[in-house]
Design a protein around this ligand. Structure first.
Ligand code: SAM
Length: 196
């Protein structure tokens, strides 16, 4: 009863690391058709009276494609890599810091692995740069990527900014053999700001 099977990947990762928790600000990049948001809203709005909980929670979903409305989820249709879209997210945040940035974006596949890998890593870099601006200290960043040669540079970058960086390959994504996820915990804002 999810809009897409991708929900089971998030569920598996969250069962292991428990980063989707009530009273959070969560940004879901590449959110269409919306199954991750369904998982999130079911977990953090347990009362089913979303209006009682919205004050403390903020879920923002972004995608190039439309997303059918969902209680408690603010939807932005646009290209995440464009500043105008990122500004719309910041407007909704209204200065609030973010607990979790999720990136399940996938490029339009060309079928040439190297090209697809590079496009995927560009989306990873873009979401990380944004996450660094908005995440609170201790925050979580979850990022899908297509395995390939520039992945280790990206992983090293993640390790310099988060206390814990876990490589994960959820069972539910086993069919897509080159897809992996990084679950990055405990964002260290000071390092990013060059204060340490
Ligand atoms: N997590 C989603 C769910 O559970 O329903 C599935 C996401 S799907 C695997 C990948 C999505 O990334 C697609 O809907 C695609 O439109 C989106 N996407 C790819 N590039 C994007 C970009 N530059 N900006 C916003 N969304 C993008």
């Amino acid at each position: 009863n999810f809009r897409a099977r991708s929900a089971y990947k998030l569920q598996e990762l969250d069962n292991k690391y428990n980063f989707i928790i009530p009273n959070s600000v969560i940004i879901d990049c590449g959110a269409s058709p919306g199954s991750w948001c369904q998982y999130i809203s079911r977990k953090i709005f347990p009362s089913k009276r979303v209006d009682e909980d919205v004050d403390n929670n903020l879920i923002i979903a972004v995608d190039l494609l439309p997303i059918d409305p969902m209680p408690g989820v603010k939807i932005i249709q646009g290209d995440f890599t464009e500043l105008v879209t990122q500004q719309k997210i910041k407007d909704l945040l209204n200065e609030r810091h973010v607990d979790v940035v999720l990136n399940d974006m996938a490029p339009n596949f060309t079928g040439t692995h190297f090209v697809d890998h590079v496009k995927s890593m560009d989306l990873c870099e873009c979401s990380l740069a944004f996450a660094e601006h908005v995440l609170k200290s201790g925050g979580t960043f979850l990022c899908k990527f297509l395995m390939g040669e520039s992945e280790s540079d990206f992983r090293n970058k993640l390790k310099s900014k988060f206390k814990k960086v876990h490589y994960e390959k959820p069972h539910s994504s086993r069919d897509k053999s080159t897809e992996g996820y990084y679950v990055c915990l405990e964002f260290n804002k000071n390092i990013t700001n060059g204060l340490t």
